[in-house]
Write a protein that binds this ligand. Structure first.
Ligand SMILES: *Cc1c(COP(=O)(O)O)cnc(C)c1O
Length: 377
């Protein structure tokens, strides 16, 4: 029987990416140690220049994580205690930590059925006094409906901060996501589409004053050494991360195209099954995650595990139900689409370097679940 053969498929395997860059990275690490360039320094500065060029942003400020990026972006935008911020309820918790640290309150919104990104019709219903900003998330690698977001923001005078942690390289109206709003944030957590050798993040902006504030805040609020002009943080990027990311960046478009090809293969091979497949509605998709939905997600997950295939859940507990937000006022109405993603969503493996044999194995295993009637058991 097929499941007894031994080809297992991990959810993500970063070794192939590593093999693509190790020859260049290893000697450069010798140089980094020789230069003592451990915190910020030459490799981070070079990476900031390169990634700003790649994205088409005026300023790129490298920081210690995507969560730190969002925290500094919220502060640079002047959002603080008493302010409210519209955010999708279907996202990773890192989207909202920054605004919470700043003393603001999240106003959770439901998401679109087709994409899982913020539903601006629902956001309009939740709009309330005190809302000063909105953080659309380009979830799973697909841009949010930025036309609707900017339209709404303009009508209500809201600041827009993009959470592009899952979508580096995706484009909207011909521009890189993260660069369309006043501030855009990225994560270089190792499993992200562009991942470091540890934690990392980035804020981009075309606004000179925002960029200066971000640079100061990430480095203890210093304008010059030991002069702290404002409350700051230690949110500097490590030199090692700048080095690794600098060597990976030239490969990113190739790796993204591999993700797109894998997704296209899945979508073609699974199209006749009773599954909700990812749909590209907002111009582009870089497939950080390939999320399908079925009411049988739990048994499909177990079935795939028996076949040696790892899957993920993104995200099983919506933010509005997280215990840490229990003190927030109850929303006037529910989050049915967020609940659909939370309960029925299952993420299939997608990673650069995934072999066709591995892809076919995933397809065979998913098909066998439905063909064997697992969906009825
Ligand atoms: C990963 C992620 C973050 C946070 O990034 P970290 O680098 O893990 O702090 C924020 N938002 C989204 C949507 C993410 O996927």
């Amino acid at each position: 029987m097929n499941m007894m053969t031994s080809l297992s498929v991990p959810f993500a395997d970063l070794s192939w990416q590593w093999n693509a860059v190790r020859g260049a990275v290893m000697p450069d690490i010798e140089r980094l140690f020789a230069a003592n360039a451990f915190c910020l320094g030459k490799w981070v500065t070079d990476f900031e220049r390169d990634v700003a060029g790649y994205l088409g942003a005026k300023h790129a400020v490298a920081v210690s994580s995507g969560s730190a990026a969002l925290h500094l972006a919220v502060l640079a935008a002047g959002i603080g205690p008493g302010d409210k911020v519209l955010v999708p309820s279907n996202t990773f918790i890192g989207t909202v930590w920054g605004l919470v640290y700043a003393g603001a309150t999240p106003v959770f919104c439901d998401v679109e059925d087709a994409t899982g990104t913020i539903d601006m019709a629902d956001a309009a219903l939740r709009m309330e006094p005190g809302v000063r900003a909105i953080i659309p998330v380009h979830l799973y690698g697909q841009p949010a409906d930025l036309t609707a977001v900017f339209d709404f923001a303009a009508r209500h005078g809201l600041i827009v901060i993009e959470d592009a942690a899952q979508a580096i390289g995706a484009r909207y109206d011909g521009r890189a996501v993260g660069t369309l709003a006043r501030l855009g944030c990225y994560s270089f957590y190792p499993g992200k589409n562009l991942g470091g050798a540890g934690e990392g993040g980035l804020v981009v902006t075309d606004n000179d004053a925002d960029a200066a504030a971000l640079r100061s805040m990430r480095n203890h609020g210093q304008s010059e050494r030991y002069l702290h002009e404002r409350i700051g943080f230690n949110y500097r990027m490590d030199g090692l991360q700048g080095l690794v990311l600098g060597h990976k960046l030239p490969h990113l478009d190739d790796w993204t195209n591999q993700r797109r090809a894998i997704a296209a293969h899945y979508s073609q091979a699974l199209r006749d099954l009773p599954l909700k497949l990812p749909q590209v509605v907002h111009q582009d998709h870089v497939y950080h995650l390939y999320v399908v939905r079925t009411p049988h997600s739990e048994s499909l997950h177990k079935h795939l595990r028996m076949w040696g295939i790892e899957t993920g859940r993104h995200y099983p507990v919506p933010l509005y139900r997280q215990p840490c937000f229990a003190q927030l006022p109850s929303p006037a109405h529910g989050f049915p689409v967020t609940e659909d993603f939370a309960t029925n969503g299952i993420s299939l493996p997608v990673f650069a370097g995934m072999s066709v044999v591995q892809q076919d194995r995933v397809i065979e295993a998913v098909r066998s679940f439905f063909e064997a009637g697992g969906a009825h058991g």
